[in-house]
Design a protein. Structure first.
Length: 271
């Protein structure tokens, strides 16, 4: 599915319960393909398309001008590209863009995103207005300490970014948006996969009965409507620490600790 998304230049919409590794997929792709740091865009109900593209700090520029005796500071120092805006820069290799939890967004954001993905570029209005006087303006990017030169106020990618969008299934997306995405459901890990995660994270765990802990975890997960894999890893870590420290725990005390770690992921599940 990842390869198909890359070949077709389409966003990959990854669904599944919290803790199934949806966001981690973006980091795995970036690492395996050597594409640099992931550009992460966390979404909330107040997020707009402009937040993802760029922000212009006009107030900060005015304040700096007053402090400098009315001399206008360079406009590029007050324009910062967002994660989406940075991903669309003309890099030699595509960047990985993680749009995290899009189902929390305003109803219009998915369709607004489609327009940008289909056009493949965007304009920075403040730079378009001065393009004749200043055709090239350095601006800040979403990368730490990063900068880039924007020509004629327009940003166009050389290689289309690899876009991974995650959703916890809290809302439905418009049909037009779904039609343009590739869909991938991340299923909860099996008992064998959980054992592999524990082995990869902790190595030898002779002091902990991992298989028993995994069975208890799966039983609890089924009872409360689903748990995240890192809740199992937390329990293994705590059990190993208690075993090596010599701190004695009764069965009742350990059960209480375990239930505190394996709490339901929503109030609905808790009921």
């Amino acid at each position: 599915m990842v390869n198909a998304a890359i070949y077709l230049r389409r966003p990959l919409l990854v669904t599944g319960r919290p803790g199934t590794g949806k966001s981690s997929l973006a980091y795995l792709v970036a690492t395996e393909l050597g594409l640099g740091p992931v550009l992460k865009w966390p979404v909330s109900s107040r997020t707009t398309l402009k937040d993802g593209l760029y922000l212009y700090d006009a107030i900060g520029r005015v304040q700096a001008a007053r402090a400098n005796g009315e001399e206008q500071p360079d406009i590029g120092d007050y324009i910062r590209l967002g994660p989406l805006g940075t991903a669309l820069l003309p890099f030699e290799k595509p960047r990985v863009l993680l749009i995290d939890e899009l189902d929390k967004s305003d109803i219009d954001l998915p369709n607004d995103l489609l327009n940008v993905f289909e056009d493949g570029d965007y304009e920075i209005d403040e730079l378009v207005r001065i393009a004749q006087q200043r055709p090239e303006v350095p601006v800040l990017t979403n990368d730490r300490g990063g900068s880039a030169v924007v020509k004629d106020g327009r940003v166009r990618p050389r290689a289309f970014p690899i876009v991974i969008i995650t959703s916890n299934g809290e809302r439905e997306f418009p049909p037009a948006f779904l039609r343009r995405c590739l869909l991938l459901e991340m299923r909860p890990p099996t008992s064998e996969q959980l054992g592999q995660m524990v082995a990869a994270q902790f190595g030898e765990t002779d002091q902990v009965d991992v298989q028993r802990l995994i069975r208890q975890f799966l039983e609890t997960s089924g009872r409360v409507g689903g748990l995240a894999a890192d809740q199992l890893l937390n329990a293994v870590h705590l059990a190993a620490e208690l075993a090596t420290s010599g701190a004695y725990q009764t069965d009742a005390e350990w059960k209480e600790l375990r239930e505190a770690i394996w709490h339901p992921l929503s109030s609905l599940e808790a009921e």
